[in-house]
Design a protein around this ligand. Structure first.
Ligand SMILES: [Mg+2]
Ligand SMILES: [Zn+2]
Length: 196
């Protein structure tokens, strides 16, 4: 455990962009688990590069109930994640961490068929990332395409939460409790960096 001595201040917490994956970074084709079905949302890669250049750590927080449902394996998920991160890094959009929830209470894989504290709208993934990466809740924000993404951000106490549209059935063109709604990540980042 790291101790802070009296008179010595803790290292400043960094700001982060918490991004949902499916419907925000890549097109939500339902249970995407292979690279050949993974397609970046137009403008998303460049938007992530711009966020990083503006000083935001990029943190992906993604519900992957397909794991609990037995539709794909942890190894397949990790392989896809590695390829996604490689492609993003090659474009100057290095992701600092990817957190995923493999659980679902109605899953088929016994050890993953649990009520957990990480499946959004629970805030577990966000809170864990904040702890493990020294991030500021107040200076950070979440971008998601479902009300549950916004609820997770609120439950964690993130400074701001934005909703974008996607093809997912749970996507909404309303605010869903968010601070603002945008067509996609690119237009969200346009607005954020313009007002910064
Ligand atoms: Mg999504
Ligand atoms: Zn979970």
């Amino acid at each position: 455990m790291q101790r802070i001595r009296a008179g010595q201040s803790a290292p400043a917490a960094r700001k982060a962009a918490f991004l949902d994956r499916d419907g925000v970074i890549n097109l939500d084709r339902a249970y995407v688990h292979q690279w050949d079905e993974f397609e970046f949302v137009p403008g998303a890669v460049d938007a992530m590069r711009r966020l990083r250049e503006a000083g935001y750590a990029l943190i992906v927080v993604t519900n992957q109930s397909g794991l609990a449902r037995g539709m794909y394996t942890e190894a397949q998920f990790q392989t896809l994640t590695a390829r996604m991160c490689e492609a993003l890094a090659a474009a100057g959009a290095q992701v600092e961490a990817v957190y995923h929830c493999p659980h679902h209470p109605k899953g088929k894989v016994p050890e993953l068929a649990v009520d957990c504290d990480c499946r959004k709208p629970e805030p577990g993934m966000i809170l864990r990332a904040v702890r493990e990466h020294g991030l500021s809740l107040e200076q950070s924000f979440m971008v998601g395409d479902k009300p549950s993404d916004i609820e997770a951000a609120r439950a964690a106490g993130l400074g701001r939460a934005y909703i974008v549209q996607s093809d997912n059935a749970e996507s909404t063109d309303g605010l869903a409790g968010a601070d603002a709604a945008y067509a996609d990540l690119a237009s969200c980042v346009d607005a954020l960096l313009k007002s910064a």
